[in-house]
Ligand binder design. Structure first.
Ligand code: FEO
Length: 394
């Protein structure tokens, strides 16, 4: 199957309904698409390949339009294998094609794939004429790998944004924003941004600024995952801008674990106190919520509060997993609160405090540390913590 974006420009990508976890980490309840595009001009250019196991279906899509042996250029905006896994398959057929990518991508390509094709390393804003259409390559490093670029067709106003402006969710024949369920698209693109790109928000902001400064008259944004924006390309640009903004939102996220319900009691008390103070709350129990959803719910929270019982002298393991993600994804600094319970020696809250010190996050007082079940006085401490949180968000 293919879809037409503009004269001689086609979508030839595939849907993946098979992979359970993207990067073997993140849930895909609605699948995912690997977008690839074909430009049929005097020269034929392919933008991106697909994940390896989908090569046959993808090649069939291309064959509906051209003989793949006649492809002149294979443009690799990004080397991650979800977009390059089928490179060896097309390299065996399009033997005269030239690989186009950034200088940084060259070594990466050689480390991943031993293919016998010529390469052309393109500098930032370098152009390549295909005949009637001219491609311009816009380097957008660290969105979200160092070698990434976007490809621009001025004649059609199409920006192939790579992972930028992408989303989870298979397309199922609804390839464009005027065909798709945009409520679902918004949810799945926000989750995609939060779990894949959070570490690189600064670079997303740089890329958006760069595209704006170039003054491109964008009519279509065609990312490497998810729907293509032809009705309102500015919508996804403004959403990405908002989601990657250094200015956090005014709500409190509570993330907690519990074994026998004592830490849960503290979490519920804190939620109640915050709601009484008019504070918006998002709350996740790590034993029930998906880790990708927890990251999405917390990444823009003005205050995060973490609750954990002690387990083997460490925080409850799933809380610790979340904390590792928070550190690895370089969440922007913000005030953080802690509460937790222990049976004898403790250790959870001490480890969490150390993490906050290392990240240079402000720790809100009081830290609510409870042995066994919370006493009346300890429950009152939660009220004071809620007041401290409310004052930070006012
Ligand atoms: Fe969709 Fe970074 O690969």
């Amino acid at each position: 199957m293919y879809r037409k974006l503009a004269s001689d420009v086609y979508y030839v990508g595939v849907d993946d309904h098979h992979t359970e976890l993207f990067e073997n980490l993140w849930k895909l309840p609605y699948g995912v698409s690997y977008n690839s595009y074909l430009i049929v001009d005097e020269k034929i250019a392919l933008v991106e390949t697909v994940k390896g196991p989908w090569a046959d279906e993808w090649l069939d899509n291309i064959r509906e339009l051209v003989n793949p042996a006649k492809i002149d250029y294979i443009i690799l905006n990004h080397m991650e294998p979800d977009h390059t896994g089928a490179l060896p398959d097309i390299a065996r057929i399009a033997k005269n094609a030239t690989l186009i990518y950034t200088p940084r991508a060259s070594d990466m390509r050689k480390s991943f794939y031993d293919v016998d094709l010529n390469e052309k390393k393109v500098e930032d804003l370098e152009e390549l004429s295909l005949g009637k259409k001219t491609l311009k390559f816009v380097h957008i490093p660290f969105v979200h790998w160092p070698e990434t670029m976007a490809t621009w067709i001025a004649e059609d106003g199409i920006l192939f944004g790579c992972d930028a402006f992408g989303a989870f969710g298979a397309l199922n024949g609804k390839h464009f924003d005027d065909e798709a369920n945009m409520e679902l698209v918004e949810r799945e693109s926000r989750r995609y941004v939060s779990v894949i790109i959070t570490s690189y928000f600064k670079f997303v902001q740089n890329a958006i600024k760069k595209v704006k400064d170039l003054g491109l008259n964008i009519k279509i944004i065609a990312p490497s995952h998810g729907i293509i924006y032809r009705k309102n390309p500015n919508w996804i640009v403004s959403k990405y801008d908002e989601w990657s903004s250094p200015k956090l939102d005014k709500y409190c996220a509570i993330v907690y674990g519990t074994m026998y319900g004592y830490t849960h009691r503290l979490a519920m008390k804190l939620k109640k106190e915050l709601l009484n103070l008019g504070v918006e709350v998002k709350i996740d129990n790590v034993s029930y919520s998906d880790i990708g959803d927890i990251i999405t719910n917390t990444v823009r929270a003005g205050v995060i509060v973490i609750g954990a019982p002690t387990y083997d002298a460490f925080p409850f393991p799933r809380v610790w997993t979340y904390v590792n993600e928070l550190q690895g994804k370089r969440f922007a600094p913000r005030p953080v609160g802690f509460f937790g319970t222990f049976g004898w020696g403790g250790g959870a809250l001490e480890k969490l405090q150390k993490m906050a010190e290392e990240m240079k996050w402000e720790v809100l007082e009081p830290i609510v540390k409870v042995r066994g079940r919370p006493s009346k006085e300890e429950t009152e401490m939660v009220k004071r913590l809620a007041e401290a949180i409310a004052s930070k968000l006012s």
